[in-house]
Ligand binder design. Structure first.
Ligand code: PEP
Length: 249
C-alpha cells in the first residue's frame, strides 16, 4: 500500500516569526501516522528556524538550484539543504515555470541533484486552462514527465513524488473534480510505467494540487491513483492545515 503525502505550499507568505508560531501551534496536533506524511514547504529564509521546531511536520523547501555552489546570486543549493536536513523539495511548480522561466531541463537537473543527495523531489506538472480546454492535457503532462525524468534510473525514479497541478485550479477556487484528477493521475502512472515498468508505476507517489481544502480532501484522496495533495491557500491557516493532514480517510 502506498503512503499518503500531504504537503502545504506556503509560497511567498508569512514572516519567519509567523512561521515559527504556526509550527509551534500546529506540530503537536498533527496526528502521527505511519501511513501519512504531513509536510509544509516554507520560504527558504525560514527553513533553518522552522526545521528546529518541527517534530511531526516534515519541512520542505520550495525550490533549489542544481549546481553545488558558485556565482548564482539568490539561489540555494542542495548541499545547503542537506546541511539543514531537509528531506523534500518542490521543483517545477507552475509559478516557477511561468514567472521565473524554469525549463524542463532545469527541473530535470534539479531532480538529479536532489536524488544524488538523498532528498526527495516533489516534481510538479500540470496544464494551463487553454491546454485543458483543447483536450491536450495528457500530451502536455507526458512531455513534462518524460523530460523531467530523463536520465533518471529506475531505483531513483520511484523515490520522486509527482504533483499533478492543473494550473487552472491553482489558487482559483476551481478544483478539478475527483474524477478528472483521478483520470490524469492514472494516466501519469501509465506514463511512468511506459518509461520504466509496472513496479515503479505501482510504487511512485502522485499528489493532486489545486484548491484542495479540508472539505474536499477526502474525496480527492479516496481516488485510487491519488496518493496525496500539494496545498497552497488552505495550508496557511492553522485549523485548515490540521483539517488537511488529519483528514479522516
Ligand atoms: C499550490 O500552490 O501548489 C496550490 C495547489 O495552491 P492552491 O491550493 O491555493 O490552489
Amino acid at each position: 500500500m502506498r503512503k499518503k503525502i500531504i504537503v502545504g505550499n506556503w509560497k511567498m507568505f508569512k514572516t519567519n516569526s509567523q512561521a515559527i508560531e504556526f509550527i509551534k501551534t500546529v506540530d503537536s496536533k498533527v496526528k502521527v501516522n505511519k501511513d501519512i506524511i504531513a509536510g509544509i514547504a516554507v520560504p527558504s529564509i525560514m527553513l533553518s528556524d522552522v526545521q528546529k521546531v518541527a517534530k511531526n511536520i516534515v519541512i520542505s523547501a520550495q525550490n533549489c538550484y542544481f549546481e553545488k555552489e558558485g556565482a548564482f546570486t539568490g539561489e540555494i543549493s542542495v548541499p545547503m539543504l542537506q546541511d539543514l536536513k531537509i528531506k523534500y523539495v518542490v521543483i517545477g511548480h507552475s509559478e516557477r515555470r511561468d514567472i521565473f522561466g524554469e525549463t524542463d531541463e532545469m527541473i530535470n537537473n534539479k531532480a538529479k541533484s536532489l536524488l544524488a543527495a538523498n532528498i526527495t523531489p516533489i516534481l510538479c506538472c500540470g496544464e494551463s486552462l487553454e491546454t485543458y480546454e483543447s483536450g491536450k492535457t495528457i500530451a502536455w503532462v507526458k512531455n513534462q514527465i518524460t523530460k523531467g525524468f530523463a536520465g533518471i534510473a529506475e531505483q531513483d525514479a520511484k523515490k520522486i513524488v509527482i504533483a499533478y497541478e492543473p494550473i487552472w485550479a491553482i489558487g482559483t477556487g476551481k478544483v478539478a473534480t475527483p474524477q478528472i484528477a483521478q483520470n490524469v493521475c492514472k494516466e501519469i502512472r501509465d506514463i511512468i510505467k511506459g518509461i520504466y515498468n509496472q513496479e515503479v508505476a505501482n510504487e511512485i507517489l502522485i499528489q493532486y494540487g489545486g484548491s484542495v481544502k479540508p472539505e474536499n480532501i477526502k474525496d480527492i484522496l479516496d481516488q485510487a491513483d491519488i496518493d496525496g495533495a500539494l496545498v497552497g491557500g488552505a495550508s496557511l491557516i492553522e485549523d485548515s492545515y490540521l483539517g488537511l493532514v488529519n483528514y479522516k480517510g
